[in-house]
Design a protein around this ligand. Structure first.
Ligand code: SF4
Ligand code: MG
Length: 321
């Protein structure tokens, strides 16, 4: 089974500028050397605290950010080496759904025009075909063609996210990056939107990169989980394995904060870690988690652990078995 997406040593660093005569004084290492694949039809969840680089990774994969180093191979094509119409064609195949449906939709455009815009921009339909596609997509996401003439502010948060989903799907993508698609919604609405995403995945054979800071939705929707900390993946494996047997101390912390009673964690104590996440401009030497890790040893302060393992990989000198 060939991967749809191959992320190879991906780094996205931002310069920190200072002074009146601007000079670069350092680098924010938002994404710092990621290696992973996304397979066709799967949902890979990317989980971690805010600021760990999840969204930047998602944006890097769909080429909304340029990599500082490394590359993304999508459907066999190295995205750094294609240009022009070939790149525009590939871009339609990877779409993103944003966290906040309030700010990701232009408030002055009617929903029908919001959905037609990507079709027209890529010259994928014209005339009556556009309206037909728009109506079809509205129906697919649980809205009606009567909604076509309305403005985003006339919708509820859940409906607005349905519009965001329709806009992402209208170009027939293969990959959809879902960047915290339910975290801005009322809890009562979250399950509906997750169910919709699941149904659409089956119907249209979609592949998802599902970004989330918590593990609740992730357990329900993902096949595999990658845990991120300070721009790096610290553990990746099947959802079931991560929940049953988290090997990285940080994954254990995330799981022990998981609010829904979890039979696998019943006998485990809630682990609390001290301190804030260090700045990605100045990550700790060695294992970047050592400043907060309850089991850190001296080697952890010196040597950076590499991701190890095939199906279930962990980057830790003392993984928990
Ligand atoms: Fe903790 Fe050391 Fe493992 Fe890092 S490498 S997570 S500091 S035990
Ligand atoms: Mg984010």
């Amino acid at each position: 089974n060939d991967p749809l997406v191959q992320v190879q040593n991906l780094k996205i660093h931002y310069p920190i500028k200072k002074g009146i005569i601007t000079r670069t004084v350092g680098n924010v290492k938002a994404v710092d050397g990621l290696n992973f694949n996304i397979y066709p039809g799967e949902t890979l969840a990317l989980v971690g605290e805010s600021g760990c680089g999840k969204s930047t990774t998602g944006r890097g994969i769909v080429k909304l950010e340029e990599p500082t180093d490394g590359k993304v191979i999508f459907d066999g094509k190295d995205l750094s080496s294609i240009k022009g119409s070939e790149l525009r064609g590939v871009r339609t195949k990877m779409q993103i759904i944003f966290q906040d449906p309030y700010s990701s939709l232009n408030p002055r455009m009617r929903v029908g025009d919001l959905l037609a815009e990507p079709l027209l921009a890529h010259k994928l339909a014209n005339g009556a075909e556009v309206n037909r596609k728009v109506d079809e997509l509205l129906e697919i996401v649980g809205l009606t063609k009567g909604h076509r003439a309305r403005y985003p502010h006339e919708f509820s948060g859940g409906q607005r996210q349905r519009v965001g989903i329709a806009r992402a799907l209208i170009l027939n993508p293969k990959l959809v990056v879902c960047d915290e698609p339910v975290s801005a919604l009322d809890v009562s609405i979250q399950a509906q939107v997750l169910n919709l995403l699941k149904d659409l995945q089956k119907e249209f054979n979609l592949t998802y990169l599902f970004i989330a800071h918590g593990l609740g939705a992730v357990k329900y929707i993902s096949d595999r989980i990658a845990v991120m900390y300070l721009g790096k993946i610290v553990e990746i494996g099947k959802t079931e394995d991560i929940f049953k047997n988290p090997k990285h101390p940080y994954s254990q912390v995330l799981l022990s904060a998981y609010p829904i009673p979890n039979p696998h964690l019943r006998n485990r104590k809630r682990i609390v870690i001290e301190g804030d996440v260090p700045s990605p401009a100045n990550p700790p030497k060695g294992c970047s988690f050592h400043t907060r890790c309850p089991i850190a040893q001296s080697i952890c302060r010196e040597q950076t652990p590499e991701l190890n393992g095939i199906e279930h990989s962990v980057a830790c000198h003392f993984p928990i078995s």
